[in-house]
Design a protein around this ligand. Sequence first.
Ligand code: KIV
Ligand code: ZN
Length: 499
Amino acid sequence: MTYNPPSDVMIYDTTLRDGEQTPGVTITTDEKITIAEKLDKLGVDVIELGFPAASIGEQKTFKEVTKLGLTSQISGLARTVKKDIDIAIDSDADYIHTFIGTSPLHRDYKLKMSKEEILDKAVTSVEYIKDHGITAEFSCEDATRTELDYRLEVYGAVQEAKVDKINVPDTVGVTYPVKMNELISNLMEEIHVPISVHCHNDFGLAVANSLAAIEAGAQQAQCTINGLGERAGNASLEEIVMSLHKFYGIHTNINAKLLVNTSETVSRITGVKMPPNKAIVGDNAFAHEAGIHVQGVLANSQTYEAMSPEEVGHKRKIVLGKLTGANAVKAKLDEYHINLNDEQFNELVNKIKSLGDTGKNITDIDFRSIAEAIQGKPTEERIKLLGMSVMTGDSTLPTATVKLDIDGEIKYRAETGVGPVDAVIKAIQSLVKEVVNIELVEYHVEGITGGTNALGEVFVITADEDGNKATGRSTSEDIVKASIDAVLSSTNKLLMLRE
Ligand code: KIV
Ligand code: ZN
């Protein structure tokens, strides 16, 4: 293993290109602008905005984003094809990342070209880009499955053609750290322009492989927010950056405090939700439940945290459940300035443990309302249901009218939806908008008795615009009524925070 890491690493973000190749994801021009602005603030060196030759829409996006005068360079992907490069130039890209497959599989099955033809295309394309005064980065697609000598020959030839950077894609994520380290050390002997890596996560090794390349001397990592990308995705930007900062003391231009906010924006726009246990940015990345852990973290957060949540713009969470100990309950009561006597305190701990035993989710707001109820504090609900009606059928658009008392004012709203439940929830959302914007994060119905008059239990989690979450639960023979009651109960809990 070679250990020759640089002191600075450039971050080339490809969320808007490879990330957009995530199955099921498309990002509109306006959304690309929003994400590009976030990436620029985050401090990425290069934003790969898309593939200009793919569509007129992509070309428009390039023109709009390059007009913004961002600090990050704006790169466009292009095959080693004159037409693609011309379109990227005409779209005002400041930087062109051109690529061609070099492995035997790509040569024989995809391109049906000889080694010489491929080498010629690579060189001609780099020369053409450079003749236009544009920064050129070149990739041997499927570099990790390309013969060592040929790979070196192609990269050497584009270096002669004055390429600015070479990129080494592990296109199908088939390498592993020791091999990647060796590959980069081998290239470092002949290549004197910065070397970049682009790792896919098919074996879950994308970040490890990127770090192994950097240990060998690579100076740039291509990566994506939240690890989005083709198939199992690309190396995650947030994981690479925090590893570089923490393990190697390597500098990047990334402002780590913006990582969570950027991740949330990308997740909201792409619709790809992060698993709660996703490193750095997942909901549980700084959450503690077990009594022993909570006790440790409350005494000194480093006992169970590898970095502080504030460093990456996250928040520490003490999660309540059956493993919760008295310390966690005490800390939460202090946070909400709630005083309980010993008997009330024990009742609260037991209630939390028994809710946890039944698998129920307890958010902070639920905790507060349980504690205040035990304390005997009267809880006046700010929103009350005064009436509702729904109209549905196979030839009618499901429509719901909901009448609410909100802080003493009577309000009505009718909304349509894909079904009656959707329609009532939409009506509630638009009625309560003036006091709180709610998003439905989770919705489940469980039949708890049999037969046509079965009781159904509806469980919801709603969130406000600041990301606070509250649960609501209601049981009725009428699933629409149970849904309204559950949503109103969680909304009233969210409103407690605003008192
Ligand atoms: O994975 C890959 O090989 C790519 C190239 C276009 C660089 O995304
Ligand atoms: Zn890729």
